[in-house]
Design a protein around this ligand. Structure first.
Ligand SMILES: *Cc1c(COP(=O)(O)O)cnc(C)c1O
Length: 408
């Protein structure tokens, strides 16, 4: 198993962490060839997560756009509402093989924390989630969910009290406790073996797309489109098609409010190559190599780094990377909801936004598959704000008042 993708990737961590990561890589190397392991993983995906997730022909949206046929791969149908559960289950099984009893993770908006707490509950791990104090205040519903799942959510009180400080707190914990603790990384980034391991666990998504489309259309798609935060849902959908020259692969980054520093998270537009958080890739960084501020309406895309394998596939020209803005994503979400009855996550809406631009330019024989990485329930507070829904806020106010009375 290689630790690099061309010049990208690697294991750029404090020396003290190398033995733990090498043990993890060694165990994963064995597991990926172990039929019993693969069978247990597949069984859990089927009978716990609810896979395969449906591939839906978006008949109404296709008709409206009057161009290529659009299919939607609905990862939002999974347990806990997104693709993240796929690599969380895989890593939980590896942690079990290593005899670990505890899972830790950091989380920004809380989605990765919820998925980690879910598998901790299922497999009987104790679980600690690090979260910046600012993020805890902003994302109370997810903190509540993690706690109901049995996790301890630890506020991080130093630095900017956001995601990168939570990463540092989790790394410190791992340095001290790697004997009994597995650090569950939430995308195809970080040091080796996480990018490879999570990619393998997510590649089920593309394999299902291939099989499902073969049944309905008897052929490969012409385009597969996915949103790109760290890159796990994108590589999951793309991986099986990398060798199929006829399949165009498009990654959609967060264009935010525009391409000035701090207003977006488009690593391939404003980023440069560097080494941060244990791996070499493209980062939105300043001249001192410190991460820059990013912005996206969707928390899952609001991150300055990107998976090293995607960096290589970008350089090779195999994947085209473009961006969609906050407002394009919100419009796409609205159109998808009204035409297909699916409220997708704001992250996924970035991929939908590009399909809406692309489909009318293509002939009706062409096929686009859009990976809907998650469902939109988690975004109701943000959406209510974006749509200036007064009734929603009056409801919250009333609920809050009643809550205070119950609390007293
Ligand atoms: C976390 C998340 C993402 C971004 O992560 P990737 O690793 O880029 O897939 C995208 N969509 C949803 C719904 C998420 O929860």
């Amino acid at each position: 198993m290689k630790s690099h993708f061309g010049q990208y990737g690697g294991m750029y961590v404090p020396e003290m962490l190398i033995p733990a990561l090498q043990r993890l890589a060694g165990e994963y190397e064995k597991a990926r060839k172990d039929k019993a392991f693969l069978k247990e993983f597949e069984d859990l995906l089927k009978n716990y997560v609810g896979r395969p997730s449906p591939l839906i022909f978006a008949k109404n949206l296709t008709k409206k756009l009057n161009g290529a046929k659009i299919y939607l791969k609905n990862e939002g149908a999974n347990l806990s509402g997104a693709h993240k559960i796929n690599h969380c289950i895989g890593q939980a099984l590896i942690a079990k093989r290593l005899g670990k009893t505890r899972l830790i993770a950091e989380t920004g908006a809380g989605q990765h924390g919820v998925a980690t707490a879910t598998v901790a509950a299922k497999f009987g791990f104790s679980c600690t989630i690090y979260m910046g104090e600012v993020d805890m205040d902003r994302q109370r519903p997810n903190v509540f969910l993690m706690e109901q799942l049995g996790a301890k959510v630890v506020p991080v009180l130093h630095g900017s009290r956001t995601l990168k400080d939570a990463v540092n707190a989790a790394i410190k914990d791992y340095l001290e406790n790697s004997e009994n603790t597995h650090y569950l990384l939430g995308s195809i980034l970080g040091p080796h073996p996480f990018p490879t391991m999570n990619r393998d666990f997510q590649s089920i998504v593309g394999k299902e797309i291939r099989k499902q489309l073969k049944t309905t259309e008897k052929r490969l798609p012409d385009y597969v489109i996915a949103c790109v935060g760290g890159g796990s849902n994108a590589i999951g959908a793309f991986y099986t098609f990398l060798k199929e020259k006829s399949v165009n692969l498009i990654g959609v980054e967060a264009g935010g409010k525009g391409l000035e520093v701090g207003k977006h998270a488009s690593r391939f537009k404003g980023g440069t190559v560097g080494v941060i958080e244990g791996y070499k890739s493209y980062f939105l960084q300043d001249s001192d190599g410190q991460m820059q501020k990013t912005h996206s309406i969707s928390a899952g895309l609001d991150y300055p780094g990107i998976g090293p394998e995607l960096a290589l596939l970008h350089d090779k020209g195999r994947i085209e990377f473009i961006s969609a803005t906050d407002s394009e994503a919100v419009s796409a979400l609205k159109l998808l909801a009204k035409t297909e009855g699916i409220i997708c996550a704001l992250e996924s809406a970035h991929a939908v936004a590009h399909a809406i631009k692309l489909a009318p330019k293509l002939s009706k024989e062409k096929i686009i598959v859009v990976n809907l990485s998650g469902r939109g329930d988690k975004d109701i507070f943000i959406l209510a704000k974006a749509f200036k829904d007064k009734n929603f806020y009056e409801f919250i106010k009333r609920e809050a008042e009643e809550g205070v009375i119950a609390y007293e």
